[in-house]
Write a protein that binds this ligand. Sequence first.
Ligand code: DAH
Length: 339
Amino acid sequence: MKNALENIKNEAIEALSKSEDLKALEDLKVKYLGKKGELTAILKQMGKLSAEERPIIGQLANEVRSKIEAKLAESQEALKKKVLEKQLKAEKLDVTVPGQTFEIGKKHPLTIVMDEIKEIFLGMGFDVVSGPEVELDYYNFEALNLPPDHPARDTQDTFYITQNTLLRTQTSPVQIRTMEERKPPIRIISPGRVYRSDALDATHSPVFHQIEGLVVDRNITMSDLKGTLEMFIKSLYGEDSQIRFRPHHFPFTEPSAEIDVMCFNCHGEGCKLCKGEGWIEILGAGMVHPKVLTNCGIDPEEYSGFAFGLGLERIVMRRFSIDDIRMFFENDMRFLNQF
Ligand code: DAH
């Protein structure tokens, strides 16, 4: 029995010193010290021993147990330290190594000005809404008082998808969608892309951006339109800028007007920038046509409204002295990095 105990001790200590990971140590603990382990198996045979032998073997067994336990603790400690060291080495961080630089994006010039315009109208209590770019003929034309044979349809160079669906030629259909969904008072702007099958050149692009505006409530008059647009233009171009209304025609407004801003280059004198006009046309507007209100289930006897639409590209081109509209859509980083 003495020999058996010695053997267990030596075997265990050797195995523990060779062990390479914590899991293996745990297995050895069970193997030698566990309830079904080798040491326990020997102790169970103590009953067979004589009264003199029992305390001697008992003491020896205790010694063996504590030796194995001590070795186990020592090996566990050493292994944990090794694991920690390995981990620290792997995760070592040299804070003095120069960082990797990567390019971060920038706002597109169209987005810069679009955001400014949104801010101005949000400040006046408008909501910003959006509508689909693939639109039904009904919303893009018919509900806006442009029936199928209306001559003004020809001026819009529409991309048709099917007989009834098209790429919207203007943001005005969002007026209809908004009035179908909301009851007055309505105060919205709707910025977005529009499409026309124009040939691409320095001032024309088949895709461009408009910002639509719509206000419907009781007692809305042309002077509300004037005040709103004047406030908008002064916020965008400065307190000293001036606008003028020129009579015009749009099927969905009556009366209609085109609005010009005084050329900020020559202040009305006429120069190259304004092509000698002294004024630059920037938007179309008018009082919402009673038929359009009726088409959306709003009683024109009770409510009135104004609407306007402005083209974004032209405003941005003037702002940043960009002389070719194609620059906006070419994604040339040398151009985009300048803003
Ligand atoms: N939709 C017109 C266009 O694309 C612009 C416009 C004019 C919008 C008058 C309006 C408006 O809301 O009242 O040419």
